[in-house]
Ligand binder design. Structure first.
Ligand SMILES: [Zn+2]
Length: 473
């Protein structure tokens, strides 16, 4: 598809919307910080995964599917991982493998495409050590008590991404006071491993084995798979400082470049029913719980509903995640699936172009959804138009199934016994024919209690009553 309108993206680095121009349109390169795999991903983690999936799809549309490299890492070495593995009494590798697999299952249910490359931190230790050695060699890092630390005052323009004063940065970083630090802001690139923790031979002639700090992982993996300077770096707004600021410091100082990524994109915070999500408030919810348990709103939810609900808010705005919001999104999807039935998506259309035009304006998903609403009204009752509508929704990663799949999944979620429902529907029709309305109402109530709604209609030719049923939610 041709680029109809120029792509504009909000850049955290310059604090404004800018025209997006990739370094190489034949290879547009994007890095997004991925999960630390020690527990189920929560719905706050789902937001960047969905937002940058929409951007990945858009870039593939504009530049061609073979001309985009999207790297989203897996952090599989971390204090939280060590602590959890010890708590469960399982090998670290078992915990990280299980959690990574669960993450993949969860986000596949949200309609998220796999990234081009999904590097793991533990498979890039050599690249991290090479960066650390380079930083020590050029005076931006130093060895102290078996640690390697980045020396923040060695970088004249440290802090340009987060644009904060040194005081704010110190507060934000919750700086660990350690006697071996030259400066309070200095951060760890490498540290010694304690007994039983994962460890590797250390860089810089340190005898004791150790492991990398968190920030250096992303610098090493981005550098290896995308080069010293690349196009887009993304993540949640909470990562701007210190994580992304420190990635910038490491990469730029190691490579001697004036930037790491040219466009920095950050999605806003997520709240649940107007409150900060936290374990202590009891409103902490994982993607898995949303999909497979009745913890949120007393029922299981389709992954696509969560996807649409999140895209209804612009990615830079704070998002209030509510049961009501999910209900609204589900109603919209149910209507849209009814409209498209089982048609195949049309590959191109004016509607798809309109959705794309909304997205090239800093990923304006609410505007794209408004376009889809208008298209769905125009497509009603016309299967060719329905195919074009489905194609337009696919630009956002929506309506990728058929109505039959959508319904079958709803039935499976509720645990519908199809034969029993059909038998009850048949008995109700018989009761109505016999004018036993008390019995017919009783059967309808029984079906409602099972989560089934009935739709009666009269055949205009024969006058015969026809009853269709579906899962209420
Ligand atoms: Zn990162």
């Amino acid at each position: 598809m041709a680029e109809a309108h120029p792509m504009m993206l909000y850049n955290t680095l310059t604090r404004g919307k800018e025209r997006f121009e990739p370094l190489d349109p034949k290879n547009v390169r994007m890095y997004v910080c991925g999960p630390t795999v020690y527990d189920y991903a929560h719905i706050g983690n789902a937001r960047p995964v969905i937002v940058f999936d929409v951007l990945f799809r858009l870039l593939r549309q504009v530049y061609g599917p073979d001309h985009v490299t999207y790297v989203r890492n897996i952090t599989d070495v971390d204090d939280k991982i060590n602590a959890r593995a010890a708590e469960e009494g399982v090998p670290i590798r078992d915990l990280t493998e299980r959690t990574a697999k669960q993450f993949h299952e969860d986000i596949a249910a949200l309609g998220v495409l796999p990234p081009t490359v999904e590097p793991r931190a533990t498979e890039h230790i050599d690249e991290m050590k090479a960066l650390i050695e380079a930083l020590v060699a050029n005076g931006h890092a130093y060895v102290a008590e078996d640690h390697v630390l980045f020396n923040v005052p060695s970088m004249a323009d440290y802090g340009t991404l987060s644009n904060r004063s040194l005081d704010e940065m110190e507060a934000g970083a919750r700086v660990e006071v350690a006697p071996y630090k030259k400066d309070a802001m200095d951060f760890v690139l490498w540290k010694p491993s304690k007994e039983g923790e994962p460890s590797w031979p250390s860089p810089c002639g340190i005898k004791r084995e150790g492991r990398p700090g968190w920030h250096i992982e992303c610098s090493a993996m981005a550098g290896k798979h995308l080069g010293e300077v690349f196009d887009i770096h993304g993540g949640g707004i909470d990562l701007v400082f210190p994580h992304h600021e420190n990635e910038v410091a490491q990469s730029r100082c190691a490579h001697g470049t004036d930037m790491m990524a040219r466009y920095w994109m950050h999605n806003g915070f997520l709240q649940v029913e107007g409150e900060k999500m936290s374990k202590s408030l009891g409103n902490f919810i994982t993607i898995h719980e949303l999909l497979a348990t009745k913890k949120f709103g007393g029922r299981k939810w389709p992954g696509e509903v969560l996807r649409l609900a999140m895209l209804m808010t612009h990615y830079r705005q704070p998002l209030d995640f509510t049961v009501r919001g999910l209900e609204v999104a589900e109603k919209v999807l149910a209507d849209w699936y009814r409209l498209i039935g089982d048609v195949e998506a049309a590959e191109t259309s004016d509607w798809a172009d309109e959705v794309q035009d909304a997205l090239v304006d800093d990923l304006n998903t609410p505007a794209a959804i408004t376009k889809l609403h208008a298209a769905s009204n125009a497509a009603s009752g016309d299967s060719k138009a329905a195919a074009r509508f489905k194609g337009a929704a696919n630009v956002l990663g929506l309506l990728e199934r058929t109505e039959s799949n959508w319904r079958a999944e709803a039935e499976a979620r509720v645990g519908v016994d199809k034969a029993k429902v059909e038998a009850l529907v048949g008995s109700r029709i018989a009761a109505r024919k016999a004018k036993d309305f008390a019995e017919s109402d009783r059967i309808r109530d029984e079906l409602v209690a099972m989560g089934i709604v009935l739709k009666d209609s009269k055949d205009p030719k024969t006058g015969e009553i026809k009853t269709e049923w579906e899962v209420a939610r």
